[in-house]
Every structure is written in C-alpha cells, then in structure tokens.
Design a protein around this ligand. Sequence first.
Ligand code: PEP
Ligand code: MN
Length: 282
Amino acid sequence: MSGFKLVSRHNQKERTIVPVGDLSIGNSELCLIAGPCAVESEDQLDEIAQGISNLGIKFMRGGAYKPRTSPYAFQGLKKDGLKILRNTSIKYNLKVVTEVLDTSLIEEVYPFADVLQVGSRNMKNYQFLKELGKLDKPVLLKRGMSSTVHEWLMAAEYILLGGNEKVILCERGIRTFDTTVRNTMDIAAIPLVKELSHLPVLADPSQGTGKRSLVKPMSLAAIAAGADGLMIEVHNEPETALSDGFQSIYLHQMKELVDGIRKQAELSSRKLNLHSPIPEII
Ligand code: PEP
Ligand code: MN
C-alpha cells in the first residue's frame, strides 16, 4: 500500500502524540472520551458530565450539530449546544470533543471545541479536509463507513499536507453484508493502521456496533488490538435519548467499563489516563 507520505510510518518512525491542552493522545496512557451522542439540554449534559468526571474521565464528547440520516430527526441544539458543552466542560474540567459538520461551521465550532470531530459521512469531503489542515487544533478523523484503510489514511494525508499534524484517527465500524448489526467493527484495522501510520488510533464501539451490549466486549478487543483509546456513547436515560440511545450505555455501566479497560490496558503495560485517585462511584 503506498501513496501516502506524511501519515506513513515509513517516513516517521516515532509515533505522533497529539497535544490537547495539558493532555495528550497517543502516548502510553489510554485516552477515554465519553458522553452522549448529542447534547440535548443543560440538565442532561450536567448529569452525564458529573458521572464521567466522577470516574476520572478527562474528555467529553457530545454533538451540537448532528449529521442525521433523516432530515426530520433531531439535528442538534447547534450554537446553544456548543455553549452548554463549553459551560459544562469548565464546571467539570473536561476537554470537549464535538463534530464540525462542514467548512461553513468551522469558525463557529472552533472556539468551543478542544478536539474537532470529523464524522464518517465527511471523511471524503476533500475541500473540508483541506480547510481543517489550516487549523491548529486537533482533528479526530472518523473512518468513512464504506472507506478502505487506504482511503482513510489518504484523508488524514490531506489534513497533514495542509499543515495540521494533530490528527487522531478513529475506527467506527464499516458497512458489510451483515445487517444484523448497524456496522461491522473492523478490529483488524487498528493494528493495521498502527503498522502503516504513526498517527494515534482510537476506536468507537458505539457507532461501531450500534448495540449497547456489544460496547464493552468491543472496547476490550480494541484495546487488546492496540488502540490508543476509546470514544464511548453514554447517556443518563438512553431510552429517551434524541439520538443513538440503543447504542448508548447507562451511566452505571461506565464504571464497569472503565474497570475492564484498565485491566485490559495493564495486560499491554499501558495505563488508563484518568484523574486520580478515582473517587467512589456515582
Ligand atoms: C457520532 O459520533 O455520534 C457520529 C455521528 O459518528 P460517525 O460519524 O462515526 O457516524
Ligand atoms: Mn452517535
């Protein structure tokens, strides 16, 4: 496989560590990003943020602009959602990971995000990738749902070529013949990308499977496969979630997940990057 230069491990042996403020993604400490699929209200995000920060988690996800299959589905709280994200993140000392849907929204989302998420549906929006290449903030680049690993790395190449080296890749499942699950989590892509590229790779088993009960086993598998961290959808009331409730774990499951991840990480001499000491549970 060839064609990519800047993202290739061939040209850069040492692994890229992406700084996010005072934190880093891609070092020997695993990064855990947790939060709802979408920001729905101040109360919702506050409860979730409190729950995850009690567990020592340092990164919070939450979409303010949502890319939905149906134009009739909840599209996100937009600017209000961004403000809620920022206020809540300050209160709980969490870094914000949120999606930027297209070039026209970069300016609006930029000040509210610590990491700019590029969704699966946008991985091949090359003009958008070029714009992200001009920024100085980390970009979390999801794998396109029907994209090969080569295409995914080429998408990252666009961002690096523009001058932004702070790229974090994220495997989020791909479309296959099997419709029993929403997506097929491509675990093999994780060690493959680590072989081919120096960029950090996270896994998102929530979009990756579309099923709550599969989130923990796939999280452990991703860590065992060498992922630098995980992005997990968690909700205070998944039944009433305005998006992706069926794949969002309950807050009380998060503690069990963190414990499992920590044990799995130790097997490969890695640590989970949490605020410590971890206080008693929610
Ligand atoms: C999400 O993280 O909620 C999301 C929409 O992800 P993806 O772009 O991977 O579908
Ligand atoms: Mn989602």
